[in-house]
Design a protein around this ligand. Structure first.
Ligand code: FAD
Length: 365
């Protein structure tokens, strides 16, 4: 059985790792040229029931604990006047909650756990074609092509495998503008104090100014806006972002003042929360390819759990991979639909005119 995994993100690598632990080989085709070709983004908090469970199936719990930062779970919520509305401090050194880990460190843990040659770098899939007699042909941008018996689309938000299974469309749910501040302890000690070891959210009416401590002395600063009523092109300058926070405590807007140059601005999209498809022989989807949802802390966790659960189903049905894909899909739809719906509600709540009251009620029950 030749298993091809499209995409070497957290979902695809978890799948390859758990298969490998059970003696099933797979090839991961990844468009990036190498593990450090692109910045992997910020911290991820791994939940015990999903991301941490997947790492346990991957046999990587000890490695995760030696790299994770439980203190990164700290959360400070402020209002536009700089008043503290909530300050959550995790138990020192405890892994009982949702410890944070740098996404690139987590990806490296998974990459280092795979035999050499499992990930084929620099292979952007441009077409996927069903073959007469079963399986799929993959065509790459560089002209190379391969065949496989089982194809797993783990290729993220703009999956090229997804159209084989569903026509579900992406809809805009927000705009995110970001800066990364380097060497904050030395260059911006007052901002380092403001942000603390974890997350800071400053909640206004239909806008959030947030900051998150990263590894290597960096802080990531982000402005989130609803998708409706905002033109993404209007927020490609610091001045435009600062105008959104006119009248806010200058200690907060200093986070934006400290950013260098123009912010990185992108549209945030999601698939319908109830996306599902009829099973098709030899192919399925995991992670964002299967269920892109608003980024409120579930996507990577669920992508990793998808990878671990699909691998377990394949291991349990080695002689009948389609029974495995079917079993995985039904369990995944039942798990994901409520999580995707909840993520959409939380995203809407965080960007509502009454976000501060709503979020405090959410956290304090
Ligand atoms: C701002 C932001 C913050 C987030 N924060 C969190 C968080 O705190 N916690 C959390 O759980 N989730 C978070 N998420 C969501 C999380 O990033 C995703 O859900 C997660 O990365 C999905 O993993 P994946 O493996 O399915 O896809 P990806 O991580 O997108 O990986 C897909 C891989 O496929 C490759 N690829 C794509 N197309 C092709 C192609 N044609 N050929 C070959 N390779 C291809 C890509 O290069 C990539 O390596 C956040 C998302 C955003 C946008």
């Amino acid at each position: 059985m030749r298993v091809a995994i499209a995409g070497g993100g957290l979902g695809g690598l978890t799948l390859a790792r758990v298969l490998h632990r059970h003696g099933i080989g797979a090839v991961v085709y990844e468009r990036e040229d190498g593990r450090s070709a692109r910045s992997q983004g910020g911290l991820i908090d791994l939940h015990p029931e999903s991301g941490q469970r997947a790492l346990e199936a991957a046999g990587l719990t000890a490695e995760f604990r030696s790299e994770a930062r439980p203190e990164g779970e700290e959360l400070r919520i402020l209002d536009p006047a700089g008043r503290t509305l909530l300050h959550h401090r995790p138990e020192p050194g405890s892994f009982a909650g949702r410890p944070e880990i740098d996404r690139s460190v987590l990806r490296d843990l998974l990459l280092d756990s795979l035999p050499g040659g499992t990930v084929v770098w620099g292979q952007r899939i441009v077409a996927v074609t069903p073959r007469a007699g079963g399986g799929f042909g993959l065509a790459f941008e560089n002209g190379y092509s391969v065949g496989c018996d089982v194809l797993i689309g783990a290729d993220g938000a703009r999956s090229v495998v997804r159209p084989l299974l569903t026509a579900a469309a992406l809809a805009p749910v927000g705009i995110l503008a970001e800066y990364t501040l380097d060497d904050v302890e030395r260059r911006h000690p007052e901002l380092a104090d403001l942000v603390g070891p974890g997350n800071l959210w400053c909640l206004g009416s239909r806008r959030i100014l947030a900051a998150q401590r990263q590894g290597g002395g960096r802080v990531r600063v982000g402005v989130s806006l609803p998708a409706d009523g905002h033109d993404i092109e209007a927020y490609r300058s610091r001045r435009a972002l600062l105008e959104l926070f006119d009248g806010w405590d200058p200690r907060l807007t200093a986070l934006l003042e400290a950013g260098a140059g123009a912010p990185v601005v992108r549209r945030i999209e999601a698939m319908p929360a109830d996306t599902r498809w009829e099973h098709r022989a030899g192919v399925t989807l995991i992670g964002d390819a299967a269920h892109l949802m608003p980024p409120v802390g579930e996507g990577a966790n669920q992508a990793m759990l998808d990878g671990a659960e699909l691998a377990a189903a394949i291991v349990a049905n080695r002689a009948d991979p389609d029974a495995a894909l079917r079993a995985y899909e039904e369990a995944m739809f039942a798990r994901i639909h409520p999580i995707a719906a909840m993520s959409a509600r939380v995203q809407a709540m965080m960007l509502s005119p009454t976000a501060a009251d709503d979020i405090i009620r959410f956290f304090t029950g």
